[in-house]
Design a protein. Structure first.
Length: 396
């Protein structure tokens, strides 16, 4: 951590050049003799990435930024606040602290927050930033697992964000391939807390994660603007298999969509199938990740078009956790039939269909955009269909 970065004149330069191309700064005379220009550019690039992702950091004076890779890997404030709202208590320890975004969110729900980070330089950066952010959080520059083994303290919650080892690239994603190895240390971790929150990448297969972690009470699948960002595993020492539930959340700019179900219901209930009715629904990314396709049909009492299409339909409109459409016309998939509709511009989606969006655009000469939405899909009779729709805008 180079404290010269925090000089008033340097901070002013950073803020004044947030929209300046890095190459143009490098080509000019170094703005400060005592600072490497590349260090200044690193601050500018990292801060720019925080404008939407970490607004509290971006708008707080005197924040020191790590390299942009740390910013890319950290939670956003949106997801940090979501996970912090799930839990509460007197004390929590984050044994994989990183840039400290999650701990700042936890500090709004816990009296004592401990941040462990093995990278000493990053730990110093986090400690400085917490001072700027007026956050009362204990920072320790050490391996969090080693700290837990060395202390007599116990905590209400342990938070872990394990990272994949570099040598696991290209392999199936297992938690045993991560650092720290949570499954290997579960018994010890439960000796330090009855409650553990584990954040994993959306790449982790849910069944694999559940089988590795055990003691899972809830899984939260969190999407932001229809992109799955995190899987949050809530573990309890005495959790039973029957307790396990899956909660899906999609946080958009205007509203939040939620859908919760019990995995056992997914196998217990079979969706009913129907040809397209007046309304079509496409689940959000969190539901698609969850695999709760029968649960959606059962809970919302709507039909599915096909087992593998993951599109739903109803005669009457319902509020749906995903995109909703009014069906204007249903056509058998046929090039000549579709060309008679004279559609030159439309938004195209394929679900359980043999051709890709790109192939269809080229074949049918339909440009992207406009107010029409075309769904190319297959119904439960294995018939290829084209649904011409208009989108229904969700209410805030």
């Amino acid at each position: 951590m180079n404290k010269d970065i925090l000089n008033t004149e340097v901070q002013y330069f950073i803020n004044e050049n947030l929209n300046t191309i890095a190459a143009s700064i490098l080509l000019k005379k170094p703005p400060f003799e005592y600072l490497d220009t590349r260090d200044i550019i690193e601050q500018i690039e990292a801060k720019k990435r925080c404008f939407k992702k970490l607004p509290s950091w971006y708008h707080t004076p005197g924040i020191y930024y790590p390299n942009k890779l740390n910013i890319e890997q950290t939670s956003s404030e949106i997801t940090a606040n979501y996970k912090a709202a799930l839990i509460s208590g007197n004390s929590i320890i984050d044994i994989t602290g990183g840039f400290g975004v999650d701990c700042l969110a936890f500090s709004k729900h816990f009296d004592q927050v401990t941040h462990c980070e093995i990278n000493e330089d990053l730990s110093k950066i986090v400690a400085h930033n917490y001072t700027q952010l007026n956050a009362n959080i204990k920072t320790i520059a050490t391996d969090g697992l080693a700290y837990l083994k060395a202390t007599n303290e116990t905590f209400d919650w342990i938070y872990i964000d394990p990272s994949r080892r570099h040598d696991s690239k290209g392999k199936v994603f297992f938690l045993n391939d991560c650092m720290p190895n949570v499954p290997e240390h579960l018994s010890f971790l439960f000796s330090k807390s009855k409650h553990i929150l584990v954040k994993t990448s959306p790449l982790l297969d849910i069944t694999i994660g559940y089988n590795e972690l055990k003691h899972v009470k809830n899984l939260h699948i969190v999407a932001v603007n229809n992109e799955v960002k995190e899987l949050l595993w809530i573990l309890e020492r005495d959790a039973q298999t029957a307790d396990f539930s899956i909660c899906t959340t999609n946080i958009t700019k205007t509203h939040t969509e939620t859908f919760n179900f019990l995995p056992e219901d997914e196998s217990r209930f079979e969706a009913e199938y129907h040809t397209p009715l007046h309304f079509i629904y496409e689940p959000n990314a969190a539901i698609l990740k969850s695999g709760g396709f029968n649960a959606v049909a059962n809970q919302l009492q709507i039909y599915k078009l096909h087992k593998h299409s993951h599109l739903y339909t109803s005669e009457q409109y319902i509020e749906f956790p995903g995109r909703s459409f009014k069906v204007l016309k249903t056509l058998d998939y046929n090039k000549k039939t579709l060309q008679k509709e004279n559609i030159n511009k439309a938004n195209i989606t394929t679900r359980n269909f043999p051709e890709t969006v790109e192939q269809l655009r080229k074949k049918l000469k339909i440009k992207d955009g406009g107010d029409l939405y075309l769904f190319f899909t297959t119904d439960y009779n294995s018939k290829k269909l084209v649904l011409i729709c208009e989108k229904i805008v969700a209410k805030p």
